[in-house]
Design a binder for this molecule. Structure first.
Ligand code: ATP
Length: 366
């Protein structure tokens, strides 16, 4: 009987509960035992109560709940080898042979490292007499499956990540609220949104709210001209009768000299234009609230696929990442997707936008 563990790790996103529910129920449906690892990798390192066998009823009602009920954490110990040795021991003590991780690229990098090191972790446990050789031989193979839970939509190898649609919905709602009061007072608002290296949330929120101007990491604002251009665009829109000015700034926005473009920088320009300007940093409301229908669907379809992957994989198959490409749920090599995602972030840092955008598409699959 397969024993599968499911974990949520890194920053939370809407839809993570739906992932856990789908994995628990699909796992039970296919005859497996399913464990929840509480508090991300901390649960693996510490074990005990943080590793809990789940029953069908344990996840009742989770589809509609925001956040992640099994908790998530940044776990420094798992970055150390001793932490991963402890994690391996806890898995073996519970008979767990497969791990489904829902998180961002950091969490999936950790998962892949864990799998790559697994044979040597077993050897170390045998050498230090923490487990017997016979037990190690029963656990020679570890199956890892990745699911991308992230509001940023910054992962290569999938068109969208679990939580991105909900976060975009939340931002859109918030900007609509702001627009209402901005119209009353004829004010300008600079709205900062999340996304780290990725401008997906900012770009799409700009479109869904009809913003005047959008700053994203993928297109550097020309340090010499962006202020004048921003002024010109906003003044033109005002001249046509607009009573509000809305500028969306991605948290990772940069100018052509690698300086961050901050909401304060943008505000200074709008004030200079004579506009009564306020800054709103949306912050954690973007990760909050319940998952929209699309994220619930994505999480459920991908959670079921993750369990199927656990059951299908042979020891020689690479660890898969479950993604969605052109509306089809797919499996793609986890290592490649993580490598590609890191290359995109480096290309953006190096201001090589063409490479970044090409890499973010899924050329490596061909
Ligand atoms: P988000 O995109 O929301 O920030 P993330 O999964 O990228 O999510 P990280 O903080 O980068 O978030 O990673 C989450 C956890 O994964 C870390 O706290 C650590 O326990 C583990 N992890 C990340 N990178 C590694 C690594 N290189 N080796 C081992 N473990 C890692």
């Amino acid at each position: 009987k397969k024993k599968i563990a499911v974990m949520t790790s890194g920053g939370d996103s809407q839809g993570m509960n739906a992932v856990v529910r789908a994995v628990v129920r699909a796992g039970i449906f296919y005859g497996c035992d399913v464990f929840a690892v509480y508090e991300g990798y901390t649960g693996l390192v510490k074990g005990g109560d943080l590793l809990k066998k789940m029953e069908w009823d344990d996840v009742r009602g989770w589809l509609a709940l925001g956040g992640t009920l099994i908790g998530t954490a940044r776990c420094a110990e798992f970055r150390e080898r001793w932490g991963r040795v402890a994690g391996a021991k806890n898995m073996i003590d519970n008979g767990i042979d497969s791990l489904i991780v829902c998180g961002g690229d950091g969490s999936l990098t950790g998962a892949d490292l864990f799998r790559a090191e697994w044979p040597s972790l077993l050897d170390e446990l045998v050498e230090t007499k923490q487990i017997t050789k016979e037990k190690a031989d029963l656990h020679r193979h570890l199956t890892i499956v990745g699911l991308v839970g992230s509001i940023d939509n910054d992962m290569s190898g999938t068109d969208t990540t679990i939580g991105a649609a909900s976060s975009l919905e939340r931002i859109t709602e918030m900007v609509d609220y702001i627009d209402a009061t901005a119209t009353s007072h004829s004010r300008a608002f600079v709205v900062e949104v999340m996304g780290r290296h990725c401008g997906w949330l900012a770009l799409n929120a700009g479109i869904t709210t009809g913003a005047d101007y959008i700053f994203v990491p993928e297109r550097a604002a020309d340090s010499k001209t962006w202020r004048e251009e921003l002024k010109e665009v906003c003044a033109r829109h005002r001249a046509k009768g607009r009573r509000t000015t809305t500028v969306i700034v991605a948290e990772g926005a940069l100018d052509s000299e690698l300086n961050p473009v901050t909401p304060e920088d943008v505000k200074d320009v709008l004030v200079d234009l004579g506009l009564d300007t306020r800054i709103t940093t949306l912050g954690h409301v973007q990760r909050g609230g319940t998952a929209v229908a699309y994220d619930r669907l994505l999480a459920t379809m991908q959670g079921v696929e993750a369990v199927k992957a656990v059951l299908d994989l042979t020891p020689s198959d690479p660890s898969p990442l479950i993604g969605i490409l052109e509306n089809k749920i797919i499996r793609t090599p986890l290592v490649e997707a993580v490598k590609q995602t890191k290359k995109v972030a480096s290309a953006i840092e190096a201001r090589d936008f063409d490479t970044a955008i090409n890499l973010r598409s899924n050329d490596f699959l061909e």
